[in-house]
Ligand binder design. Structure first.
Ligand code: C2E
Ligand code: MG
Ligand code: MG
Ligand code: MG
Length: 291
C-alpha cells in the first residue's frame, strides 16, 4: 500500500495508511459530506458498437468535485471508500445516478445501457440485488439497461459468495461484465461458472497492441475466447483510429477509449451522442496484427 500511495502521489490515498488516525477520520467525514453536499459527479464515457459504429451505452465513472482539491479522480478515494465500507453508499449513489440517466436518455430517444463498477464489498452485500431493484422500479428502468462491472480480483476475494450474488443479479436480468480482463488472477474454470455476459479487455493490452505483437495476440485471443464462450467483448483504452480498425477487423463487439470520447460530465452526454459520427477506417492498414 505504501508504494501505491506514493505512486498515486495523493494526500487522500495516503490517509488510509493509518486507519483510525485523525486524517483518515476526517477523510471519512469529508466523503460523507461529499454525498450530502452534492460534491460527487457522475461522468460518462461512451461505448460504441465497433461493427455498426453507433453509441450503445456509457460507463459511469465517479469524480469528486472537492471544494479545495478540485476534481479528484476515483483512484484517489475509491480504495479508501472500499477499505472503510463507505463504498456501499458510494455505489448506491452511482447506481441511482446511472439508472436516472438511463431513464433520461430513453426519454430523449436514446436507448443506452449504463455500466456501473462494483467492488468486492458490494458483492458481499446479500441485499444488493433487492436494493438495486427497488431503485429501478419507480424509474421504470429495466434491469437489462444496467451492466454491472466486476474485476476478477473482486470475485476471487470470496468466489462462492460472489458467485451467489452474481447469479442472483443475473437471474434478475442485469447484464454482468468482467472488467480489466487479463490482469486479475481468476481461472478459466471460474470464468466458465460465472453468469457473465461480457468481457472487457484491459486497456494495457489494447493500448500496447499497435507496437507489441504479443499484446496484439492477447487481444485477438481474448476476443476469440469471449466469442467461444458466447460472451460479448469490449476493448477499453481505444486511443487511435488504427486501434479501432484493428479491433473491428478482429471482430471485437464494442470499444471504449479516448479516441472515441473521454469520460464527460453526464449533462454533456446526450448532445455528444447525438453528434457522434463513426470514423472512416477504409484507408487504415491493419495487417501487422492479423498475421
Ligand atoms: P475502469 O472501470 O477500468 O474504468 C476505465 C478507466 O480507464 C477510467 O478511468 C477511464 O477514464 C480510463 N480510460 C478509458 N479510456 C481510456 C483511454 O483510451 N486511455 C486511457 N489512458 N485511459 C482510459 P477513471 O475514470 O479514472 O477510473 C479508474 C477506475 O476507478 C475505474 O477503472 C474503476 O475501477 C474505478 N471507478 C471509477 N468509478 C467508480 C465507481 O463509481 N465505483 C467503483 N467501485 N469504482 C469506480
Ligand atoms: Mg469499469
Ligand atoms: Mg477497466
Ligand atoms: Mg481499471
Amino acid at each position: 500500500y505504501a508504494a501505491k500511495s506514493r505512486q498515486c502521489g495523493s494526500l487522500i490515498y495516503h490517509a488510509q495508511l493509518d486507519a483510525g488516525s485523525q486524517e483518515s477520520l476526517s477523510l471519512l467525514t469529508e466523503l460523507r459530506h461529499a454525498v450530502e453536499d452534492n460534491e460527487l459527479r457522475l461522468f460518462l464515457q461512451p461505448k460504441i458498437d465497433l461493427q455498426k459504429g453507433h453509441v450503445v451505452g456509457a460507463e459511469a465513472l465517479v469524480r469528486w468535485q472537492h471544494p479545495t482539491r478540485g476534481l479528484v479522480p476515483p483512484m484517489q478515494f475509491i480504495p479508501f471508500a472500499e477499505q472503510t465500507g463507505f463504498i456501499r453508499m458510494l455505489s448506491a449513489w452511482v447506481l441511482s445516478g446511472a439508472a436516472r440517466f438511463a431513464r433520461e436518455a430513453a426519454d430523449a430517444g436514446l436507448a443506452l445501457r449504463l455500466s456501473v463498477n462494483l467492488s468486492t464489498r458490494d458483492l458481499m452485500d446479500q441485499d444488493l440485488p433487492a436494493k438495486i431493484e427497488a431503485m429501478l422500479t419507480p424509474l421504470q428502468v429495466a434491469p437489462a439497461s444496467l451492466c454491472l462491472e466486476i474485476t476478477e480480483s473482486a470475485i476471487m476475494d470470496d468466489p462462492e459468495r460472489a458467485l451467489s450474488t452474481l447469479e442472483h443479479l443475473h437471474a434478475m436480468g442485469f447484464k454482468l461484465s468482467i472488467d480489466d480482463f487479463g490482469t486479475g488472477y481468476s481461472s478459466l474454470a471460474y470464468l466458465k461458472r460465472l453468469p457473465v455476459d461480457e468481457l472487457k479487455i484491459d486497456k494495457s493490452f489494447v493500448m500496447a497492441m499497435e507496437r507489441d505483437l504479443d499484446d496484439a495476440r492477447i487481444v485477438r485471443s481474448t476476443i476469440e475466447l469471449a466469442h467461444n464462450l458466447g460472451l460479448s467483448v469490449v476493448a477499453e483504452g481505444l486511443e487511435t483510429v488504427k486501434a479501432w480498425a484493428m479491433l473491428a477487423h478482429l471482430g471485437c463487439d464494442e470499444g471504449q477509449g479516448y479516441y472515441i470520447g473521454k469520460p464527460m460530465p453526464q449533462e454533456q452526454f446526450i448532445a455528444w451522442a447525438k453528434s457522434w459520427q463513426p470514423p472512416d477506417t477504409s484507408a487504415v492498414t491493419t495487417e501487422s496484427v492479423i498475421a
